[in-house]
Design a protein around this ligand. Sequence first.
Ligand SMILES: Nc1ncnc2c1ncn2[C@@H]1O[C@H](COP(=O)(O)OP(=O)(O)O)[C@@H](O)[C@H]1O
Ligand SMILES: Nc1ccn([C@@H]2O[C@H](COP(=O)(O)OP(=O)(O)O)[C@@H](O)[C@H]2O)c(=O)n1
Ligand SMILES: [Mg+2]
Length: 236
Amino acid sequence: MGTAVDAVAKEANGSVTEKKPTVVFVLGGPGSGKGTQCANIVQHFGYTHLSAGDLLRAEIKSGSENGTMIQNMIKEGKIVPSEVTIKLLQKAMQESGNDKFLIDGFPRNEENRAAFEAVLFQYMLSLRVIDVCAEIKSFLQTKIEPEFVLFFDCPEEEMEQRILSRNQGREDDNVETIRKRFKVFLESSLPVIEYYDAKGKVRKIDAAKPVEEVFEAVKTIFTPKEKVKCHRCAIL
Ligand SMILES: Nc1ncnc2c1ncn2[C@@H]1O[C@H](COP(=O)(O)OP(=O)(O)O)[C@@H](O)[C@H]1O
Ligand SMILES: Nc1ccn([C@@H]2O[C@H](COP(=O)(O)OP(=O)(O)O)[C@@H](O)[C@H]2O)c(=O)n1
Ligand SMILES: [Mg+2]
């Protein structure tokens, strides 16, 4: 996402009729504090918080046909196929009525990332945020990206301690599954963070500090920067 998308859409005789949705991915290892900080961000900055893990757990509880498969994947610390998770995210985005989203715990691998960018584009089309010809569509398809990626960086020992005292009755919060989740994070999720880092999109936060201190750092990132104008700009 970015101004390029708007510019190209306008140039291509398209129309920009509504505000584009703002998407911030919230990533970090299991137990790094994603959910905790998202709750704070919602209160201060008006985003809708969508946790992929929470949506998957709700899907199990709802008795859906995918429930058993999702439950088994979560127990093993594995990543659920993108189409399942994305459908849940998409539905939640549409039902929210908001246009600012914190997407927590997603994308967790390359497949998640690529699939979501394609869906976000479809979503924008469905809102008629952009309306363009087929060639421009395929060009834009590659350009849909989050506003930025919030990355909670935390040592494994600290994350493990936090998960073991989380007390939410989660089937995956045990030492055996935690180890598997750490491995999946290093092998599959970190490369996604590196992908966005190479595009200058990652805002890394030291998440090993107390909750309040972490949130101070988060606030700095979400607070719009005041533009300092030089004398010439101020006149223009
Ligand atoms: N900065 C922090 N310092 C200490 N404990 C924390 C901190 N942030 C979160 N926690 C606690 O650690 C556990 C995991 O946090 P959570 O927000 O669920 O992380 P994640 O969503 O990344 O797995 C929770 O019990 C939470 O209360
Ligand atoms: N994009 C995602 C997010 C979570 N999940 C599954 O849900 C589990 C819990 O995710 P979570 O985000 O709630 O976990 P935390 O990082 O908050 O501890 C993961 O270990 C995966 O099994 C997934 O398959 N795909
Ligand atoms: Mg969480």
